[in-house]
Write a protein of this length. Structure first.
Length: 485
């Protein structure tokens, strides 16, 4: 799998150096002197080899029973579980979140694999009455063929697993291009599939630059479906390229998720949810809380409690058990977050805490940004409209719930939204009127359950859903069978 900490591509059941001969270092964003290893900076030739291997493997893989494919996934889950500590540590070194969060995510990867392994034994069709009483009509499902998987760095285990596991169980073969930052973690996941005994070509990984390998996946005529999580800009490009050549695609993109705090809410729980939902993983979740709308009568109390607790959050290397929040995952991300903070100040928002790079000497080598809270934010400001993907919270007061829901909906995204209230009328209005794929009551905006559909409205997704049984809709095509003797 490696030559001196240089991780290879996985193509046709073999660990393979890239045709380009180039490698890229994977840096620890908590300490850029620490190099986690080197990964292949591959070219289109490498991708072609992987796609050919996946196409050769697809016929035999789709002919296996769902239960047989499930056995492979159960084995991969056991291997991932056995290597959980190492994979969590690798993830932490590659993208910076705390070891506790990384371990939680690796365990989630195991659970996702087991969930989809079980799917191999569940129904894949319906019997539908025919108007011809001598005929039988039913649906069955067939795989797409080769699925291209393009993943970001923020959930280096969970996102590849919730895309690869359903792709595989429903009979597709896979070519994955992970984010360059977290390609070593991805290599360790692929090793679990290898050692689980998946036949050569069923899973393949090519690491490298997004435009070359990700773009190559979108363009390749022998890739039949593309599943992507990442930014809106790249997602839209992939969608257009896939549409132009008639490939199926699924896009999970940004969020600008609101948390509404009504005056009857338990304020301590609401503060806890704002901090956990907004700042865990350094705010780098598409479901992260970004806007906090608080009813005027409790605004000052809520603000004081929130700022007091945010100021106490401890930044540091994720390997220190005292650390609550790690760095941004890379330099570009850190600079983006700082530029949004500058815009907030320039547009007249009031900085309550944070607002820059921490002064501590021991944090100088990492891409840290202080957890930041603004108030005096209006819905039209950039920090209330655009996805920041960093540890920045914007407080907005409101008087009536209808006004809060209208402001909450006043963005181009619609992924997740929460309300804290005890009032059933408020709850029902929120469920009915909030334009979001996930609506959560008395719970934070982040944190999705693997057995439930996940996805957004408006610009947050391509309107499809991932995870749970919803995944079958993307990874298969329906065949309607009309059968007569
Ligand atoms: N919804 C979510 O969960 C995520 C949202 N984001 C949002 O995106 C912003 C930028 O983050 P970033 O990492 O640059 O996100 P990108 O959308 O650029 O990256 C996501 C994935 O797409 C790949 N990619 C990049 N360019 C192309 C391309 N032209 N064609 C096909 N694939 C491509 C990337 O490869 P590589 O990076 O290796 O070159 C990566 O694997 C964040 O600030 C955040 O707002 C980011 C990550 C996750
Ligand atoms: O909140 C979660 O657990 C999932 C978030 C997510 O899918 C993402 O940020 O890409």
């Amino acid at each position: 799998m490696t030559i001196e900490q240089t991780y290879l591509n996985y193509i046709d059941g073999k660990w393979t150096p890239s045709v380009t001969g180039r490698v890229t270092a994977s840096l620890n964003p908590a300490d850029t002197n620490d190099i986690a290893g080197y990964v292949q900076d591959s070219g289109e030739e490498d991708l072609k080899l992987a796609v050919s291997a996946a196409n050769r493997a697809k016929g035999a893989w789709r002919k296996l029973s769902g239960a047989a494919r499930g056995d492979y996934l159960f084995k991969a889950a056991n291997l991932l579980e056995a290597r959980l500590a190492d994979i969590a540590e690798t993830m932490m070194r590659e993208m910076g979140k705390t070891l506790a969060e990384c371990k939680g995510e690796a365990a989630r990867g195991v659970a996702i694999l087991r969930y989809y392994a079980g799917e191999g034994m569940r129904k894949i069709g319906d019997v539908i009455p025919s108007t011809d009483n001598e005929a039988m009509m039913f649906t069955t499902r067939v795989p797409l063929g080769v699925v291209g998987v393009i993943t970001p760095w923020n959930f280096p285990v969970a996102i590849p697993m919730w895309k690869m596991a359903p792709a595989l169980i429903y009979g597709n073969t896979v070519v994955i291009k992970p984010a360059i930052e977290t390609s070593i973690t991805a290599a360790k996941l692929l090793a679990c599939f290898e050692e689980a005994g998946l036949p050569p070509g069923v899973v393949n990984m090519v690491t490298g630059d997004g435009a070359t390998i990700g773009g190559g996946i979108a363009r390749h005529p022998d890739i039949h479906g593309i599943t992507f999580t990442g930014s809106n800009k790249i997602g839209k490009q992939i969608g257009q390229t896939a549409l132009a050549r008639g490939a199926k695609y699924q896009l999970e993109m940004g969020g600008k998720n609101p948390l509404i705090v009504a005056e009857d809410a338990n304020l301590d729980l609401a503060v806890e949810a704002a901090i956990s939902g907004g700042l865990k993983s350094t705010g780098q979740k598409c479901t992260a809380t970004s806007r906090i709308l608080v009813q005027a009568s409790v605004y000052e109390t809520f603000r004081a409690k929130l700022v007091d607790q945010v100021k106490r959050l401890r930044l540091g290397n994720g390997n220190d058990s005292a650390t609550w929040m790690g760095p941004c995952a890379n330099e570009r991300q850190r600079d983006t977050v700082l530029s949004y903070i500058d815009k907030g100040i320039a547009e007249g928002a009031n900085l309550l805490c944070g607002g820059g790079v921490p002064a501590d000497e021991e944090l100088k080598l990492g891409y840290y940004v202080q957890p930041t809270v603004f108030d005096g934010v209006t819905s039209k400001m950039t920090i209330a409209q655009e996805e920041i993907f960093g540890p920045v919270l914007a407080l907005i007061p409101f008087n009536h719930l209808e006004e809060a829901i209208s402001v909450a909906n006043d963005v181009e995204y619609g992924l997740s939204a929460s309300i804290f209230t005890q009032n059933i009328g408020n709850i029902l209005a929120f469920i009915a009127d909030m334009d979001a794929g996930l609506v959560r009551i008395n719970a934070e905006t982040a944190g999705v359950e693997l057995q439930a559909p996940f996805g957004g409205m408006k610009q947050s997704s391509s309107h499809s859903r991932e995870q749970g049984q919803a995944a079958i809709e993307f990874f298969t095509s329906i065949k309607t069978v009309f059968l007569k003797a």
